[in-house]
Ligand binder design. Structure first.
Ligand SMILES: [Zn+2]
Ligand SMILES: [Zn+2]
Length: 177
């Protein structure tokens, strides 16, 4: 997702808002090998602060994930906000600039750009990954899989005698089979 900022350049305090529907596959195309399916609604507000362009973003959407308990694919809702400062990278004397840049205490999150377009895709991707659950569950109370036969408990009673099975034995039984 790219945001042109030529129209904000001349006036400090100038603001604009851009909204876009982003397919995860398109977003991730340049950033990683493969991406899960999903659609995001992204709204970014760009402000010329003089020091750079502050992007305040809001991400809302759904990403296909695998439930950690029952291993089913499901659409995981996601919603998060982010803020990134884009600083213009001086084109003259980049070596000297790089040196000076190391010595200043700028924020780690700051991004450097050239030209008149901000590429906000990496920021969206990064903050999306942070917002996704480490242990995704299709439902908070997902019953998972039967420890005996491996059937999804959501699919009904498989008739297994779950009460009397030591989970360690169940694993052994799987191996034997
Ligand atoms: Zn589940
Ligand atoms: Zn079972």
């Amino acid at each position: 997702m790219k945001v042109p900022i030529a129209d904000l350049r001349s006036e400090i305090g100038a603001v604009k808002t851009v909204q876009s529907q982003v397919l995860l596959a398109d977003l991730a195309a340049e950033l990683c090998e493969s991406a899960p399916e999903g659609v995001l609604h992204v709204k970014v507000t760009v402000t010329n602060t003089g020091a750079g362009f502050v992007v305040n973003g809001h991400i809302q959407g759904a990403v296909q994930m695998v439930c950690a308990r029952c291993l089913e694919h499901f659409l995981c809702p996601v919603e998060t906000d982010f803020q990134v400062l884009y600083r213009r990278q001086p084109v003259t004397d980049p070596e000297r600039w790089a040196k000076g840049h190391e010595e200043t205490n700028e924020q780690e999150d700051d991004v450097y750009f050239q030209g008149d377009v901000l590429d906000v895709a990496p920021a969206i991707w990064e903050h999306l990954l942070l917002a996704l659950p480490m242990k995704p569950l299709c439902r908070e109370d997902c019953l998972g899989l039967c420890p005996v036969c491996g059937q999804r408990c959501e699919d009904g009673d498989c008739g297994c005698d779950v009460e009397n099975v030591d989970p360690r034995l169940a694993v052994l039984k799987d191996i034997m089979e």
